[in-house]
Design a protein around this ligand. Sequence first.
Ligand SMILES: *Cc1c(COP(=O)(O)O)cnc(C)c1O
Length: 428
Amino acid sequence: MQTPKSTELFQRAQASIPGGVNSPVRAFRSVRMKPLFVSKAKGCKIIDADGNEFIDYVGSWGPMVLGHSHPAVLDAVKSAVENGLSFGAPTQLEVELAEQVKKMMPNIESLRMVSSGTEATMSAIRVARGYTGRDKIIKFAGCYHGHADHLLVKAGSGAATFGQPDSPGVPSAFAGETLIAGFNDLENVSQLIEEYPGEIAAIILEPVAGNMGVIAPVAGFLKGLRDLCDREGILLIFDEVMTGFRVSKGGAQELYHIVPDLTTLGKIIGGGMPVGAYGGRLDIMEHVSPAGDIYQAGTLSGNPVTMAAGLATLKELDKPGVYEDLGSKAVWLVNEIKDIFENASVPYRIQQVGGMFGFFFIDQDVNGFDDALSCDTERFIKFFREMLSQGIYLAPSAFEAAFVSLAHTEQDLEKTRDAFKTAISNIL
Ligand SMILES: *Cc1c(COP(=O)(O)O)cnc(C)c1O
């Protein structure tokens, strides 16, 4: 694989942008490589600056569930653009997207659009604190909720990759309001609640963790959290920025039949444009300004081009059979991967929920962050490089999810299967 243009662009980028990238994981540091610069993408394929083509399992880190450059989404964006880019005034598109989200996620009675997942979780927590009059929150080790100060504690994704769970610049007083529990460890959550009676505003989690690899909730975990929250007057926040419209039509809350008080969204809801949203119970959301007095605002919130892309995406996803199709693609591939790893006698664990999956090179079950961190990252690095050289673009870290899109065809999946087979035999 020749990459002179990417190499040159990366060199240029480093002179003007910290680390050469606008979001850390893009830099390929955890696989000790240089990033590929992408020039275009269509369906499940991305093409780099040098013309190399890859089958993509990153999907812009989640949003591209329909595949890249989906005609319905591009058409919607084009016609929105014709009408102007931003007005700072309400538009019909915002109302339509809000109604579409409520239809697909009926636990959301009222919602506010923002411009990123980070803003969504940050705002949802402010609302939870304002509503309950309490300051502390519980988050789970390895869950990533964006880069807001009080959430950048034991965070997954890029923060996990670099082994720096905390960041300089986060005041310890802020981080001190964030209590950390082990994912899937209900006992741990109970202990924290006992330790800080009446002080906890919210429990926030990824209902299926997708930023420390993919870790599903064990039976009873989400229900147990719901019960604890009800008993203690704590708000339960499902961060479905990744899992929303990914693990099922109505997200993890539909899949596991648990009703959170607040939900945060992002990624898919913007169809590839910058977006976030938070919403939930009407009696809570009515405290958000200007209906109530909890302040939150955004110059570009509900941007018409973003709303058009999101609405077109959700309309496609709302068609019958879509999630059966997405799920069966993922299940097929995951079963093939299991066969390959079994036959090669490689220790592994793999988890799949709806259109996302993740595997670890490891010899023990993975239910939380510490488990995940003990996987064989060196083996992953070798494997990742082999896959890339065979035209398969996985996330460049052992602690990220892989995303299947509706655009992955049988042929693409078979090619991926063959690449797994070759890659594993090449590294053993
Ligand atoms: C990606 C992600 C975020 C952050 O969203 P940004 O748009 O990158 O700010 C928050 N929570 C989860 C679960 C995510 O996967």
